[in-house]
Design a protein around this ligand. Structure first.
Ligand SMILES: CC(C)(COP(=O)(O)OP(=O)(O)OC[C@H]1O[C@@H](n2cnc3c(N)ncnc32)[C@H](O)[C@@H]1OP(=O)(O)O)[C@@H](O)C(=O)NCCC(=O)NCCS
Length: 169
């Protein structure tokens, strides 16, 4: 796949790109303020156009009683005309490399609808039973779809209840 991949810190986004990413996110996933904002974006360009993006958070979750620093992956999207060309796979591979080299984390963690989970499974992510909870408004909610974890160090994925300690991503 001959794309160009860039990683940009959220704080370094120009206003135009920030607007484009926000509009795209809301078109795919609904109101952005219902989700935790990423710290970094992986952006993939094909034929000079923005074809795909995903967000990376450098954050903590609690698994049972253990606090674990994780690389959170969210807002994975490929523009319809670029789908099924390994854009998501290439972005996930770059995100994995970035988490390994730049973040002090042992695991990646993401939420997804079950039907989309093969996209991540083919990049080494596995479904864990959780259950996973997060907080929206004043309410604690249990995620009804899949929680997936990627081990970055070979350490086995932690088992048990996962508390995202705030908004989901
Ligand atoms: C899910 C999404 C990011 C995949 O992007 P993509 O660049 O087409 O994915 P890739 O080309 O890297 O991977 C394609 C493979 O993953 C799987 N796959 C891709 N999209 C899938 C989907 N929607 N459901 C199930 N499997 C899917 C298939 O095995 C596919 O192989 P194929 O191309 O031979 O059919 C894209 O469909 C999208 O933007 N969807 C809307 C937003 C969304 O749902 N994001 C996921 C949030 S968790």
């Amino acid at each position: 796949m001959d794309g160009e991949i860039e990683i940009v810190a959220e704080s370094k986004l120009g206003p135009e790109l920030r607007r484009e990413l926000l509009g795209w996110f809301e078109a795919e996933f609904g109101r952005a303020d219902r989700w935790a904002a990423p710290d970094y974006y992986v952006l993939l360009f094909l034929d000079g156009q923005l074809a795909g993006c995903l967000g990376i958070l450098d954050t903590k979750v609690r698994v049972e009683t253990e606090m674990i620093q994780v690389g959170g992956i969210g807002g994975v999207a490929t523009r319809p005309k670029f789908r099924h060309r390994d854009v998501a796979r290439a972005m996930l591979s770059r995100a994995r490399e970035f988490m390994n080299e730049n973040l002090d984390v042992e695991f990646g963690l993401l939420l997804c609808r079950h039907e989309v989970s093969p996209v991540y499974a083919r990049s080494g992510w596995i479904i864990v039973p959780g259950p996973t909870t997060f907080i929206r408004g004043d309410a604690v909610a249990k995620y009804a779809n899949d929680t997936m974890i990627l081990s970055l160090t070979g350490r086995p994925c932690p088992q048990g209840r996962i508390d995202m300690l705030g908004l989901p991503w």
